[in-house]
Design a protein around this ligand. Sequence first.
Ligand SMILES: *Cc1c(COP(=O)(O)O)cnc(C)c1O
Length: 381
Amino acid sequence: MDYKNKLEELKRLDLLRTVKDKDCRCGRTIKTGGREFLNFSSNDYLGLASNSAIIKAAQDALMDYGHGAGASRLLSGGTSIHALLEEKTASFKGAEKAVMFNSGYAANTGAIAALTDEHSAIFSDELNHASIVDGCRLSATSKRYIYKHCDLDHLETLLSKSLSAPNKLVITETVFSMDGDVADISNINMLCDKYNAVLYIDDAHATGVLGNGKGALAHFNVTPGNNIIQMGTYSKALGSIGGYIAASEAVIDYLFNTARPLIYSTALPATAAASSNAAIEYIEAHPELVVKLRENIVTCRRLLLSKGFSVTNDETPIIPIVFNSASEVLHISGCLLDRGFYAPAIRPPTVKTPRIRISMSAFHEKDDIEHLVNALTEAIR
Ligand SMILES: *Cc1c(COP(=O)(O)O)cnc(C)c1O
């Protein structure tokens, strides 16, 4: 393959991606390329990635357990801190048991493939994250159906045509990562009950954000029964690294026996488990942090609306501003950079419609948000 030519083609289409490494901690400001910007690009929704209590927990684990884990979880890679985190995760999510994976990506690809077989039918929202899409691809022998985004009528039509499938799995993100909208988990769960399907939710962007930080089930007042599998990440609002599945004991024990990313990959170091554990404890002890995030979200949306931007929901920290073309969105993102704001352009194939994806965090101050919205308004003029 002519990779150089392929790269030039991407560049011509304004779709070339480049890595932008930073020279600082993850936080309110970001230093990159010798300049400092206000950071509106991070999934660190509660500012926990550089929280000193959490860093201290990781430091202590580093001194006690060293760095590399040495083996996969099933051999000798885990520590009592890994086990502690799994217990903590299960109780935080209201589930019987939990298992940690090396990333959210590994959790989705590993779990979806492991939990399905030739007797399975998967029903997946069309805007589900790439890690879910890849998990479905790895589930090679199952039947796979894509339903229109958050379209429960379409989902029900597909379910009603698959009554005979013995193992039905409905998969949806709770907060969609590129649009910030929230799936109607109450009614999707009712559909799952009606059609005897298991509900698999990806709570990556709801954990630490909705339901006092506990996630979408708490937000919707849905009891996490045995027909619900909760996937999530420690890498977003929890400011750490890793993914998890929280579900019934049977599901978790089965994953330990069958999920390939768990079996064939070295465990995360104890530092990662310790910082995730400390992050959950921090959220439980500091409900005001989730409230501050919520206030910032409301402020940002109110200001955007007052300037004529169309913003739909007001519950999540992901605020997309959609444009017609990749070149337009690159231009706006560049204008924002010139004015000292780091809000990334998201382009195809990550999304269909190019957009600036504003991420709000509890670390933002009111002035930061006002200045961003003003800069955005000027950039569009
Ligand atoms: C980020 C993300 C993941 C992957 O999580 P990582 O821990 O970053 O690998 C999975 N699902 C969704 C919806 C995400 O946004």
